[in-house]
Design a protein around this ligand. Structure first.
Ligand code: 1HE
Length: 270
């Protein structure tokens, strides 16, 4: 599916390390520093945050992609060498804040991955809700080789996708996963042919944008939190969230639509 995005104007257009496009309920945010493989400087990270919190209220889902040969080369390594321990903590907390805005912001985000998704690039991808990987995609955590550690929420999010053992391998031994291995281990939910990532991500974002808002809220906000709770606590929150979601008028209308034969049935995927 191709969506025709209109380039954003005003503040969103002034973010020179991003390209922001808008189309009704879907936005496309592209990391746009292709000559540096979309390496994330502090300015770029702040621009990403600014874009996310300033997208119009009509936006119900977003696509995140990277310009050029790679999705993202991670942290801009030129920025790290001279920082003190205190600055390092502050820098990591800044990254974590922006990654939280990705994961727990107002709308779900579908990332379209290709080429290198490494270091902070993988931390960004793992903070998005759905990941679509083109066949050129590969995942690495070279922090172990650089003598540093992840600082953008990677230690919390990546093991939840691939497990601690796999992340340990990626960091201690420099193991790199290709698109297929990443898919098998849960790093992406979809693998598509080269050049098809944004189109597939747009198709999924459009589908998500049509979902009932409280259902989307439950899936993006409650589900990951419930997964971190004890089972009794999680089940308690689940009941509250279920009642809130199904009490919404748009949910009731959808259920009436099904009962009265107006809604699509669930079909075998083949
Ligand atoms: C960069 C960066 C960067 C490229 N910071 N400048 N991330 C890494 O350890 C990944 C480091 N980068 C690479 O391994 C490779 O550059 C890539 C596999 C991503 C791409 O390779 P390639 O051959 O397509 O490009 P290139 O020729 O290596 O890079 C093109 C330019 O981008 C070059 O600059 P130029 O001025 O010489 O043209 C590179 O220096 C520059 N570049 N990657 C700065 N990362 C919250 S904590 C997160 C911690 C981390 O993310 S650590 C992992 C960092």
């Amino acid at each position: 599916m191709t969506i025709t995005f209109t380039p954003a104007t005003g503040l969103l257009a002034s973010l020179d390390l991003l390209r922001v496009g808008l189309a009704d309920s879907v936005a496309h945010v592209q990391l746009h520093r292709p000559d540096k493989r979309n390496a994330i400087s502090d300015t770029m990270l702040q621009q990403l945050h600014t874009a996310l919190i300033n997208l119009p209220s009509s936006v119900r889902a977003a696509v995140l992609s990277g310009a050029g040969k790679h999705f993202c080369a991670g942290l801009d390594l030129t920025s790290l060498s001279e920082s003190t321990v205190a600055e390092g903590v502050a820098h990591s907390r800044m990254w974590q804040g922006v990654m939280d805005t990705l994961q727990f912001g107002r709308f779900p985000i579908v990332s379209a991955l290709h080429g290198a998704v490494v270091g902070g690039g993988l931390e960004i991808a793992s903070a998005t809700h759905i990941r679509v990987a083109e066949t050129s995609t590969y995942y690495g955590l070279p922090e172990g080789q650089h003598g540093i550690f992840v600082g953008g929420g990677g230690s919390a999010r990546v093991p939840r996708l691939v497990g601690v053992a796999c992340m340990t391998d990626m960091m201690l031994c420099g193991r790199v996963l290709d698109a297929q291995e990443g898919y098998q281990r849960g790093l992406s939910q979809y693998v598509v042919a080269e050049g098809q990532g944004v189109a597939k991500a747009c198709e999924l974002a459009q589908k998500i944008a049509g979902n009932a808002p409280l259902s989307v809220f439950a899936i993006t906000q409650a589900l990951p939190r419930i997964a971190d709770m004890s089972q009794p606590d999680g089940l308690f929150v689940e009941s509250l969230m279920a009642a809130i979601a199904q009490g919404d008028e748009s949910a009731k209308q959808r259920m009436r639509d099904f009962v009265e034969g107006r809604a699509a049935k669930v079909r075998h995927p083949a």
